[in-house]
Design a protein around this ligand. Structure first.
Ligand SMILES: *[C@@H]1O[C@H](CO)[C@@H](O)[C@H](O)[C@H]1NC(C)=O
Ligand SMILES: *[C@@H]1O[C@H](CO)[C@@H](O)[C@H](O)[C@H]1NC(C)=O
Ligand SMILES: *[C@@H]1O[C@H](CO)[C@@H](O)[C@H](O)[C@H]1NC(C)=O
Length: 366
């Protein structure tokens, strides 16, 4: 595995974020199911799908998507979750690689209760072909809906032949939503979005001293090739960070998080593993916090992949041999325990600095 390491400072991460795409919703229609009556629909989850097959001779490379739902959504492309969001007045941007043949955009859209209220989905999708040309897809009555959200509804192989054409509620801009979803939420890397995590040993804010292991696996959607990552990380009291088994760096002062920018070699999975150390002789506060941005080669567009320390990380009350290696089986590890969001006591608003030490902390693998 070849990694290139670049020295960077915290703010260099901002330069990695590509410009916001020029997508807009001006040609899109708010859609929902046939349950809409008098501008309102029952509360609950509804499923929407839109198939896209490229015209003959064209190879789709990537899709930029601007989407929002009144009220909540989870958005999938070709069976893989691209992201989720809340709030009709925020346009959420996604960028994903396309498959050469069939592509499926799927939304699990929730109208929050109690009772009936306005419900809608609006989206604009720009597909870029390998020859540099583009085509646009918007929400309209060619999208399909289901009033239930069946398991696997987001998969390419799901049979949506019994689904019905979506009901158009009106062009983007109509009441009650207005033009507000042009406010674009392009997520940016920030450790302020991360949670402090540790093992399930934390009691009353304290954990036993010793070394603990944490892992988070990122699987890129088919066709996407991560090229680089930026990682902001801190631990109380010290950590060594590994990406696919390779030591990235170490830190031992939780008040200032370290920032690393690394190149990524092509791989099926990317495993972020942390050897974290709680020092001292009696139980005391222990925590790990990190925010990670992954840049995708084909997706030189609005939305990088971002994730943070949360309950999707796994934790181990020891540091089993080889835990940092990508092939290590952590399927029996419990989810990390979330201690609280960035800013909580006793750590407060920690600052962000440059990279940490190149050597592992005592006891951590090379
Ligand atoms: C759809 O979203 C709702 C609300 O987030 C969630 O409770 C439900 O499990 C989701 N359904 C599927 C099939 O993903
Ligand atoms: C993270 O926080 C920043 C502000 O600190 C915000 O602009 C950004 O959109 C957030 N990203 C996500 C993915 O929540
Ligand atoms: C941390 O930052 C937030 C937002 O900038 C601020 O409201 C809060 O008072 C700060 N907390 C401390 C302990 O400095």
């Amino acid at each position: 595995m070849v990694y290139k390491f670049f020295l960077t400072i915290a703010f260099a991460a901002l330069a990695l974020i590509p410009p916001i795409s020029a997508l807009d919703l001006q040609s899109s229609t708010w859609i929902w199911t046939n349950e809409v009556s008098g501008g309102e629909a029952p509360a609950g989850n509804r499923a929407f799908r839109k198939d896209f097959v490229a015209p003959l001779g064209k190879t789709p490379v990537q899709a930029d998507i601007l989407l929002t739902v009144d009220n909540i959504f989870t958005f999938y492309v070709n069976g893989i979750e691209a992201g989720s969001g809340r709030g009709y007045n925020i346009g959420h941007l996604f960028c994903v690689a396309m498959s050469p043949c069939l592509n499926v955009f799927a939304v699990n859209a929730t109208n929050e209760g109690p009772g009936s209220s306005p419900a809608g989905l609006v989206a604009a999708i720009q597909i870029t072909y390998s020859d540099g040309t583009t085509t646009n897809i918007v929400t309209d009555t060619t999208w399909l809906y289901s009033t239930t959200v069946p398991s696997g509804f987001e998969q390419l192989s799901f049979d949506d032949s019994s689904w019905k054409p979506a009901i158009g509620e009106g062009a983007f801009g109509i009441s009650p939503w207005g033009p507000t979803a042009q406010v674009i939420d392009a997520p940016t890397l920030s450790i302020a979005n991360a949670s402090w995590i540790w093992t399930n040993e934390v009691v009353g804010g304290n954990a036993p001293s010793g070394n603990r292991a944490f892992r988070r696996t990122y699987t890129p959607p088919p066709g996407q090739t991560p090229t680089s990552a930026t990682i902001i990380i801190s631990a109380d009291d010290a950590y060594s960070l590994y990406v696919n088994g390779v030591l990235v760096g170490s830190g031992n002062s939780w008040g200032t998080a370290q920032t690393y920018s690394i190149g990524l070699a092509p791989a099926a999975n990317y495993v972020f593993a942390v050897f974290a150390q709680n020092q001292g002789t009696t139980p005391n506060p222990a925590g790990l916090i990190a925010a990670i941005q992954i840049n995708i080669a084909q997706c030189d567009c609005a939305a990088p992949v971002l994730f943070v320390t949360d309950g999707e990380w796994t934790s181990n009350t020891g540091t089993p041999a080889g835990f940092q290696l990508p092939g290590f089986d952590d399927s029996t590890w419990p989810a990390a325990t979330i201690e609280g969001p960035f800013g909580i006591s006793p750590w407060g608003n920690i600052s962000v600095g440059g990279p940490g030490a190149a050597n592992p902390i005592p006891g951590a693998p090379n």
